[in-house]
Design a protein around this ligand. Structure first.
Ligand code: AMP
Ligand code: MN
Ligand code: MN
Ligand code: MN
Length: 362
């Protein structure tokens, strides 16, 4: 069964390695019935303002009852857009308002791992945050050029220029961008294979980067009025014991929340993360990590938070963005099931496959 949550607190735009502009991501969110969407691009906040402005524009159109207002459609995992005439779709315009939460996903280093710390409810004009963004920008640029040079040696030419041309001006060029390019060049059968053949540790275009410590990222997020969220804790290649140590240290240096629910996740993993969330007294977040059209990850897809967990939008940091009234309505996530059992089984299998690979990525 596939469900869509009306809240998704992790996604990407073409300000980093996402395939859509911030405005397009926002439109997709309306189409999928979302009410809250956080934009969390890698190491920058350049896509946030456009998304906030787009939502303000479309919310107004909805309130006015304009024929230009976004339509609530269900986007099937196969990317086919289907208008659904029943269920909770086609809600009243006031129930289709979208709040965009300013966010970021910061790369950090912890022991040998690359750990992602998301920041939610951040002031994107905060000086401390922008200072860290500037540092990351030069590390990213240096690394992106080094990767491009290595790709050149194995016959993939002008990779940096080609990726930069497709992304937003000044975008963070990540390995995700390169993987897509390699795939589109026909040199790998999937994005995942591109990682395996070229980009991951031990492969010809791998470049080691020293990201800063977790504490630095957490401090910048806190300084910007946000809450630091440990992103996709199950996707790191570490033992459960190490994961607990990571969460402990993250919390010690001021981290406030962890993602409990991701799009591609087994119920077992979710239960384990729930238990850690309770144990370490963190707020619980949920996010699809949507990047691109695909069947496994999409806005709101398969996200689920147990109501007994303290949801991150009830944290004090969220107050500037959500009224009490709004929050009260948000507590109840809305779900809908739209695909056939057979299709769901296929998707489940594919998820498993992709997950297995991702774990090995580093
Ligand atoms: P970077 O931060 O430059 O190391 O790039 C990491 C990004 O690459 C992640 O945020 C993902 O979007 C993407 N990524 C990493 N591993 C994989 C994989 N195995 N398959 C697809 N995308 C991946
Ligand atoms: Mn990415
Ligand atoms: Mn990540
Ligand atoms: Mn992400």
């Amino acid at each position: 069964m596939t469900t869509i949550s009306n809240i998704d607190l992790h996604c990407h735009t073409n300000a980093s390695d996402g395939g859509f502009t911030p405005r397009e991501v926002v439109l997709r969110a309306y189409g999928r019935g979302l009410n809250v969407l956080a934009i969390t691009d890698h190491d920058l906040v350049a896509g946030v303002q456009e998304a906030v402005d787009a939502a303000a524009h479309y919310n107004a159109l909805l309130r006015e009852g304009s024929s230009e207002a976004p339509v609530e459609t269900y986007i099937k995992p196969t990317a086919e857009i289907v208008k659904v005439e029943n269920g909770i779709l086609n809600r009243e315009p006031q129930d289709r308002q979208l709040t965009v939460i300013p966010g970021i996903e910061l790369s950090t280093g912890w022991r040998d791992e690359q750990i992602h710390i998301a920041g939610l409810f951040v002031d994107i004009y905060n000086e401390d945050l922008l200072k860290l963004v500037a540092t990351r920008r030069s590390s990213r640029m240096e690394r992106a050029l080094a990767i491009s040079e290595k790709l050149d040696r194995v016959g993939i030419h002008n990779a940096y220029e080609r990726c930069a041309a497709k992304a937003q001006a000044g975008a963070s060029i990540t390995r995700g961008n390169y993987a897509r390019l390699i795939y589109e060049d026909g040199l790998a059968d999937s994005i995942d294979e591109a990682f395996h053949k070229y980009l991951r540790r031990g492969q010809p275009a791998y470049v080691q980067t020293e990201w800063g410590p977790i504490s630095e990222a957490v401090e910048a997020i806190n300084a910007a009025g946000g809450i630091a969220v440990l992103a996709h804790p199950r996707r790191y290649n570490i033992s459960n014991q190490r994961l607990r140590k990571l969460i402990y240290e993250f919390k010690e240096c001021g981290g406030g929340a962890m993602e409990v629910s991701n799009s591609q996740q087994s119920p077992l993993d979710r239960d384990y993360l729930m238990s850690l969330c309770v144990k370490y007294e963190l707020y619980a977040s949920l996010g699809s990590d949507f990047h691109n059209e695909g069947i496994y990850r999409d806005l709101g897809q398969n996200l689920d938070l147990d109501p007994s967990l303290p949801a991150v939008w009830t944290a004090p940091q969220a107050e500037r963005f959500m009224s009490k009234d709004f929050k009260q309505r948000l507590v109840h996530l809305t779900y809908r099931k739209e695909y056939e059992e057979e299709e769901a089984e296929e998707a489940q299998k594919a998820v498993k496959h992709e997950e297995d690979h991702e774990r090995e990525q580093e």
